[in-house]
Design a protein around this ligand. Structure first.
Ligand SMILES: NC(=O)c1ccc[n+]([C@@H]2O[C@H](COP(=O)([O-])OP(=O)(O)OC[C@H]3O[C@@H](n4cnc5c(N)ncnc54)[C@H](OP(=O)(O)O)[C@@H]3O)[C@@H](O)[C@H]2O)c1
Length: 347
């Protein structure tokens, strides 16, 4: 087993980036060599200070050129918004890139980006891997792996159920929570067109089963708050959007083959009452035999199960880095990686 260490850069220190940064500091397989930030208050601060850890000697910078000039094996690229041109510049500078912003798998919507990334990989002799919990794991490589337990498959359902009251983020605003249903439906937000990002994961699963997607369909349900719902950072007012359910169905041979459900909510007091229970990921394989798998946090001291989607998104990226760095240059999917063998977790 390789004892190699990997020189890493953390790009952006939001919720995902901070989890990754803590992992890079703690895991001896990684040597943190750079941190890129946009927030002027963070520039010049030690990575340890940004993560409540002892000083590391690595100071955050807002200079893209300084990051490009660093010698590093990999950049964990987790800013708020996609930026394929910057990803390509990092790849051309010879750094591998792992990113929760994808793309995770080439399809008709993202193939242009994948081609640009592949060209930059060739130029820089580097690799790119799109990571994350969903899209990136729970709706693609995890169910694809589980299908080995099947004799016959009729349909696979994958649900992400997240209570944003317990794990608030900028996404409460970005997804239009707290608006009236009419306001939400009148203007696009970050979930407009999200089906096409998740369609990459669906394609990986469907094509992994030897089929092609004939058609993708979407439904979107809204639940409104029965009372004011406070959360750390704000309040969802009575009558405004407190819950949203997206359902994306991939059809093959005229039947639904893969169905994704995303249930995002702030608290529970809403109409309709979906009675969702704890935050979790849930996979149901309908067929012979039919079976289900639930992925959720163990209960904390208060008896709650926190939503681990953000933590897992960061760790799924971090744990693939050694293999992505060791892979031949190019756009590397789960199929190319095979069984990922994380390094440095036993410590
Ligand atoms: N695939 C998946 O399963 C999955 C799951 C969760 C998230 N994600 C993706 O991962 C990315 C990071 O998510 P996150 O939860 O870490 O987001 P976040 O907490 O909002 O952090 C994003 C960071 O990006 C930087 N940034 C750059 N431009 C910004 C702008 N205009 N406004 C605000 N911040 C800006 C900031 O970094 P500094 O503070 O360092 O300046 C900010 O902290 C997002 O694109 C998200 O969609 C993917």
């Amino acid at each position: 087993m390789s004892q190699k260490t990997y020189r890493v850069i953390q790009w952006a220190t939001g919720t995902v980036g901070t989890v990754a940064l803590k992992h890079f500091i703690a895991n001896p397989v990684f040597e943190l060599v750079g941190v890129y930030v946009t927030n002027p208050d963070k520039v010049g601060k030690d990575a340890g200070q940004l993560t409540d850890r002892p000083a590391t000697g690595v100071l955050a910078t807002d200079s893209v050129d300084a990051i490009l000039a660093l010698e590093a094996d990999c950049v964990h690229f987790s800013p708020l918004l996609p930026d394929v041109d910057t990803v390509c510049a990092l790849l051309r500078s010879g750094k591998n890139v792992v990113s929760p912003l994808g793309p995770v798998y080439s399809n008709d919507i993202c193939s242009g980006d994948v081609e640009k990334i592949e060209a930059a990989c060739r130029e820089g002799s580097a690799s790119f891997h799109g990571s994350g919990i969903h899209p990136g794991f729970v709706g693609d490589i995890l169910p694809l792996t589980l299908t080995r337990l099947s004799d016959r498959i009729d349909c696979i359902e994958v649900s992400e159920i997240a209570d944003k009251q317990k794990t608030p983020s900028v996404y409460i605003d970005f997804m239009g929570f707290g608006q009236t249903p009419d306001e939400l439906l009148a203007k696009p937000n970050c979930m407009t067109g999200a089906m096409h990002a998740f369609a990459q994961s669906i394609a990986l699963l469907v094509e992994g089963l030897g089929k092609t997607i004939e058609n993708l369909t979407e439904t979107h349900e809204i639940a409104t708050a029965n009372s004011d719902i406070p959360y750390p950072g704000g309040t969802i007012r009575r009558g405004t959007v407190a819950g949203q359910h997206w359902e994306w169905t991939a059809w093959a041979d005229g039947k639904p083959l893969v169905v994704y459900h995303l249930y995002y909510r702030v608290g529970d007091d809403m109409e309709p009452a979906w009675h969702l229970g704890d935050s979790r990921h849930h996979i149901v394989v309908h067929g012979s035999p039919s079976f289900e798998v639930t992925l959720q946090a163990t209960k904390d001291a208060d008896g709650h199960r926190p939503f681990l989607g953000i933590t897992w998104t960061a760790l799924l990226g971090c744990t693939t880095i050694p293999q992505v760095c060791d892979a031949g240059p190019g756009f590397v999917t789960h199929i190319d990686l095979g069984v990922v063998q994380p390094r440095g977790l036993i410590r």
